[in-house]
Write a protein that binds this ligand. Structure first.
Ligand code: NAD
Ligand code: MG
Length: 384
């Protein structure tokens, strides 16, 4: 019984992770039951007991009421605004509707915007916070695994345009991130797996111990064990925080934030080809893209075959997406390559990719032959 009590105590003591930046730092607080304790936690951090919560309809139905109650119990005056779930809400129209409503509420410079939801809500509400009155205090309360391990940390906010995703936005760091892992209990397994791919990615980029931890505990993450989830979120956030500290505004030509795109060039091509209709989640595309990046690194002689085999074995053991052929429709290597060259300028048939020298050793490579990428895609079952 003492062990059970210790486990419970551990469960209820949130983990606090600092994100250190030049102009000050903020904390990522990770634990269970943080929605119910948000009033007390935020009273200590925010400059004013006034806030506007932005959420989406799915999340609002589940967690908005408890959050509003917790905030008003701590003396906050609080209003809420709800958007439709889904990527479509990251639009100029929704941005305008929200800022209009917020200004109508006569907010002050110290009124906080709280994002309660996944990456869509976080990016949209973050951009609203960044731009309304030239910047309001912002709180991230991520409720998907992807947003807890990735999008809520680092300060990137933004919306989509007809020219592409995330093309209008701002860097706006939160005052605090409250990652309540108990909210993940209602998240579908498919979304959990999509977020898990970004955790695996962190290990593959620069933290071999994290990848080894995933091999040991990945199954418990996917079965949504709260303590293991909290540990996974903490490890992945610690990794992302270190990268962000080193390259807050993505200015480094080598390394830095660019490495976070491991597997993403392949992933984005698959997403673009599938048409962003929800049939392929970003994290699913990344999961397949990670293995393709390893295949490319092996083909170019940078990475030992054993490391690729280890990654494949891990993804397959957890029934994570790992091969293009699992997407259930044919792809042409040429078409995917077209997507990759569309937004990046290709020079002399060469492309820039994040590659690996092995697990935990990613680097930026500026002269990858398009032909090698083509061959890897064909190797994974694409038509030429
Ligand atoms: P999402 O926000 O669309 O959430 C996925 C789905 O889960 C939605 O239908 C949502 O309503 C639902 N949901 C959320 N929390 C839930 C919960 N606890 N229980 C049940 N359902 C829940 O998707 P996402 O994967 O969290 O985020 C994707 C977005 O994040 C993309 O727009 C992407 O561009 C962005 N992103 C941003 C960054 C960054 O650095 N800013 C990084 C990565 C991704
Ligand atoms: Mg990503």
């Amino acid at each position: 019984t003492t062990r059970v009590i210790e486990a419970l105590a551990l469960n209820h003591r949130p983990r606090r992770l600092p994100v250190r930046l030049e102009r000050g730092s903020y904390e990522v607080i990770i634990g269970s039951g943080l929605v119910e304790r948000a009033g007390a936690l935020l009273s200590a951090i925010l400059p004013q007991k006034r806030a506007i919560v932005i959420s989406d309809a799915h999340v609002a139905e589940l967690y908005l009421h408890p959050l509003l109650e917790a905030l008003s119990d701590s003396g906050f005056s609080v209003q809420s605004l709800v958007v439709q779930p889904g990527e479509k809400s990251k639009s100029l129209e929704e941005f305008q509707r929200l800022t209009d409503a917020i200004l109508e509420h006569k907010v002050e410079r110290r009124t906080a915007i709280i994002a309660l939801g996944g990456g869509v809500v976080g990016d949209l509400a973050g951009f609203v916070a960044a731009s309304t009155l030239r910047g309001l205090p912002f709180v991230q309360m991520p409720t998907t695994l992807l947003s807890q391990v990735d999008s809520s940390v680092g300060g990137k906010t933004g919306i989509n345009t007809k020219w592409g995703k995330n093309l209008i936005g701002a860097f706006h760091q939160p005052a605090v991130v409250l990652a309540d892992v108990s909210t993940l209990a209602t998240l579908p397994l498919r979304e959990i797996k999509a977020g898990y791919a970004e955790i695996v990615k962190s290990g593959l980029i620069g933290d071999p111990d994290l990848f080894a931890w995933c091999e040991k505990h990945g199954e418990d993450v996917l079965s949504q064990d709260p303590n293991t989830l909290a540990e996974a979120v903490e490890k992945a956030c610690a990794f992302k925080a270190a990268v962000v500290t080193e390259d807050e505004f993505e200015r480094k030509a080598e390394g830095g934030r660019a490495l976070l795109n491991l597997g993403h060039t392949f992933g984005h091509a698959l997403e673009a080809e599938m048409g962003y209709d929800g049939s392929l989640l970003h994290g699913e595309a990344v999961s397949i893209g990670l293995r393709l990046a390893f295949m490319l690194s092996v083909r170019l002689g940078y990475c030992p075959q054993e490391d690729l085999d280890r990654l494949t074995a891990h993804l397959d053991a957890l029934e994570m997406p790992s091969r293009i052929s699992q997407l259930g429709r044919p792809f042409a290597a040429r078409t995917l390559l077209d997507h990759m060259t569309r937004d990046k300028k290709m020079q002399d048939g060469k492309l820039t990719f994040v590659l690996v020298r092995g697990i935990g050793q990613a680097f930026t490579c500026r002269d990858v032959q398009a032909q090698a990428v083509h061959d890897v895609l064909v190797d994974d079952g694409c038509a030429p």
